[in-house]
Ligand binder design. Sequence first.
Ligand SMILES: Cc1cc2nc3c(=O)[nH]c(=O)nc-3n(C[C@H](O)[C@H](O)[C@H](O)COP(=O)(O)OP(=O)(O)OC[C@H]3O[C@@H](n4cnc5c(N)ncnc54)[C@H](O)[C@@H]3O)c2cc1C
Length: 491
Amino acid sequence: MMPPDEEKLIPDTHDLDVLIIGGGISGLSTAWWLAQSGLQVQVWEKSTRPGGKIKTHTENGFRTEQAASMIMNFKSEVDQFFSQSGLEQYKAKRLLKAENNRYLINKGTLQPLPMTIARLFFSSMWSTQGKFRLLMEPFVGKAKIANESVTEFITRRFGQEFLEKAMEPFIAGTLASDPDLASAQHVIPRLTALENKFGSITAGIFAHKITGKRTARNPESFSFNEGMEALPQQLASDPKLCFRGNIHVNKIIQHGPHHWEVQAAGPEGEIQCKARHVVISSPAAAAAQLLKPVSQSLSELLENIEYAPLSVVHIGLEQSAVSHPLDSAGFLVPRQEKNAAKMTINGNLWMSSIFSNRAPEHCILLSSYIGGIRQPSAINFSEQESIARVLKDISPLLGIHADPIMARIDKHQKALPLYHAQYPEKIKAINKELCAHPGLHLEANYIGGVSIRDRIVSSKKAASQIIEQLAIRHIPSQIVNINHSFIQTPA
Ligand SMILES: Cc1cc2nc3c(=O)[nH]c(=O)nc-3n(C[C@H](O)[C@H](O)[C@H](O)COP(=O)(O)OP(=O)(O)OC[C@H]3O[C@@H](n4cnc5c(N)ncnc54)[C@H](O)[C@@H]3O)c2cc1C
């Protein structure tokens, strides 16, 4: 890196304020926040389509999602993003049918989860000891060790039964992760924050209830009528974001602090661009590759980010082929149940109960998740074996008594980053490295949360940092009119 006094010798001949590498939701939402502030931004994406992992497939009336199937929001930044981008009008709200019930496998059968404290105390699903252990939560002291795992945090606060029946199925089923290894601070940050602020999660929830604050307990879940892909498509069509597909970035050169050059292969040959800030929004392995010439140590840290493999198995059936009313969003499988019954699936979403337009009339769409860190080898199952295993698991639970009329599999060798083990130390080391390379930013799902909600919130933070740095360092004509108020809208 160049010493700061040499920096001013480099002429200020930048093509762009910010170049973003990767047109998944992380890159697109960062570009959106930045573009609102009047900055010159471009997004370079190696695929011809925007969205990265987010992709919708529609065939014969069945609409399946390759990765994310919905957004669960309780954050004001996400509200701001949707209302001010005009995307609000495209939202598809969750159907009432799926609103009220939640199911869990207990002793080999599907049982409704008690959704209120009162119901929980009359539920046979929880042992008397487990119920009383939950009541003890406000009296539990704070952690005595740093960097607790999710298992350590949850068993300390709520006991083993809550871990096994509620948290473990959630962590494995929605994050493909393992609570025994996952960092509590990074995977369940809202619960650790409640403990820090109120000394107890129960006390924190009551405090939020009294003040009327929206919390993770009452999120708004939504998708889009045309499927999740409508989100990146709408964003990429905004001319202010300058989304450019079919551009594979192959080199990043640092000429000095806030002086970056990016080279890429485009449809018409090699292209390059000079930018004050570069945001890498690709998966960690691609970022590691690009950063090798910039910082070997940063590149190695990124190479060490672990990912879990996952397959999504979509099954379409005639409604008459299923006895269960499918009056919920679906169910998750606790590890003890999975092991006892030798099941393959981690969870099953009843997509046609959650949103309309997911299956043809009188048909249903069920999407199951197999693999993850629980069973990484499941990614190698053939399509036939994956479908057969899913049907073996779900048929007795849902009363399926006819063959599917549609089956489709989406495989992800590297589905989701795992915030495991030494993750907090890794992130500290990554941030330290980034400080040595002013103008370089990493904004992707391996930092700050994997959900689309967390991506939008995290990208707002990244954008506001960039805007602050640009405003302090440069007053060129094109950014004199930076619209700070937009990004600084209080969350
Ligand atoms: C099976 C599954 C189910 C999920 N379900 C949900 C859900 O229901 N709700 C939810 O909120 N989240 C869900 N998620 C998580 C969420 O979908 C992802 O975390 C998120 O979409 C990742 O976005 P991203 O932009 O960080 O990365 P990506 O989507 O991976 O985008 C990275 C982009 O970078 C591009 N790129 C890479 N290298 C280069 C290069 N050299 N030059 C140019 N471009 C490059 C890639 O082509 C890609 O488009 C799910 C994920 C999976 C896998």
